[in-house]
Design a binder for this molecule. Structure first.
Ligand code: GTR
Length: 352
């Protein structure tokens, strides 16, 4: 008798274990609508549609929740949800909650993080083609940049990310980058020999060398404390980042030379992309495209607002009145890279 009770106990334990393992589901985030049959939206869907899988994805963003790229990400996620009748949910994680940009891109390549919005300055470390956007003074204005990005060459550059296990969905507006320092600088001469933090890529280091600046590549999240402790003398970025990161508190001198416009890129892992069917891909692609006008408007609004805010907080803003000597100093770097980026540089020139 005891033997049978023991055996029954064993069988029940095995069944319980199998049940538990099934419930854990190995962490796969894909669920079918049938599994979600408690969801009233899904129960009313026609039989054919209810067979389509549901997904929950993550989108990594380095900036704060109210920053214009984050607002663009959120708009994108809302549009995807709407167009897929709630089947595809994209949760936006702002403020570098999922890590600094370089580490996030590595995770995206593996498919561990599905979406991100990242600077093409970072992408240059993963895909050489994107280094072109770190070359200085190549775009005259916001309009010039968008003419190029929306054109054939700009769009085909976005597709080239697929060689690096990422699918570029759309560009976002990055504004223009200028220098800021702990001590007053009013021109190029004052910047010479200063330690200035840059985004981690080779082109940035060469540009700073050409300007006589001591380039210090480091992750964005480390800049505030490095300024505070004097590890660096300054950094460079657009008004929104200068304001939102609070760097203006520790580096109150902003020297406007607008040396770069480094497009932001919204992208998805090809691991994720390859799992999706044509219809879901079209939904994601359309949503990305539609979110951009909104992002540009938010960018323009926040850019003005952040300039006002840093002025109010006491930052000293100096406009460079003659940019020619700066452009001449970096010309050899641009010439050197013409061998790699000649076609793109011509297309950028033609988009003026
Ligand atoms: C910002 C950009 C971020 C990040 C940062 C940086 O303008 O939006 O993605 O790259 O610059 O300087 O690291």
């Amino acid at each position: 008798m005891n033997k049978y009770v023991k055996m029954l106990g064993c069988v029940l334990s095995v069944l319980l274990l199998v049940g538990l393992l099934a419930a854990c589901g190995g962490g796969d985030q894909q669920t079918t609508s049938e599994n979600n049959s408690n969801d009233s939206e899904n129960t009313e869907a026609p039989a054919e549609e209810s067979k389509k899988p549901s997904y929950t994805f993550r989108l990594a963003e380095t900036h704060a929740p109210d920053y214009p790229t984050t607002l663009g990400d959120i708009k994108f996620a809302e549009l995807v949800k709407e167009k897929s009748d709630g089947r595809i949910q994209i949760d936006v994680f702002p403020s570098a909650q999922l890590g600094e940009e370089k580490a996030v891109v590595e995770q995206v390549q593996l498919g561990a993080i599905e979406f991100t919005r990242v600077s093409s300055g970072i992408l240059a470390g993963f895909n050489k083609d994107f280094g072109v956007f770190s070359l200085p003074y190549i775009f005259e204005s916001q309009e010039h940049m968008w003419n190029y990005l929306n054109g054939e060459n700009g769009q085909s550059l976005l597709s080239s990310l697929e060689d690096s296990k990422m699918k570029g969905l759309a560009y976002m507006d990055p504004g223009s980058r200028s220098f800021y320092t702990k001590e007053l600088v009013t021109g190029l001469e004052d910047l010479k020999g200063k330690k200035i933090r840059v985004i981690q890529n080779e082109v940035n280091v060469e540009i700073m060398d050409a300007l006589g600046i001591n380039a210090t590549p480091m992750a964005y999240g480390e800049v505030y404390s490095s300024l505070q402790t004097g590890v660096i003398d300054g950094a460079e970025n657009n008004y929104p980042s200068y304001y939102s990161s609070k760097h203006y508190e520790v580096a109150p001198y902003y020297l406007v030379d607008r040396h770069q416009r480094v497009p932001e890129v919204l992208l998805v892992s090809t691991v994720t992309w390859n799992k999706l069917d044509e219809e879901d891909r079209a939904i994601i692609q359309e949503a990305a495209q539609e979110a951009i006008d909104y992002q540009i408007n938010e960018w323009n609004r926040y850019e003005k607002e952040s300039e006002e805010k840093v002025r109010e907080a006491g930052s000293t803003i100096t406009e460079v009145d003659d940019i020619k000597p700066w452009q001449e100093a970096v010309e050899p770097v641009i010439e050197k890279y013409r061998a790699d980026y000649g076609e793109v540089l011509d297309a950028i020139e033609a988009a003026k």
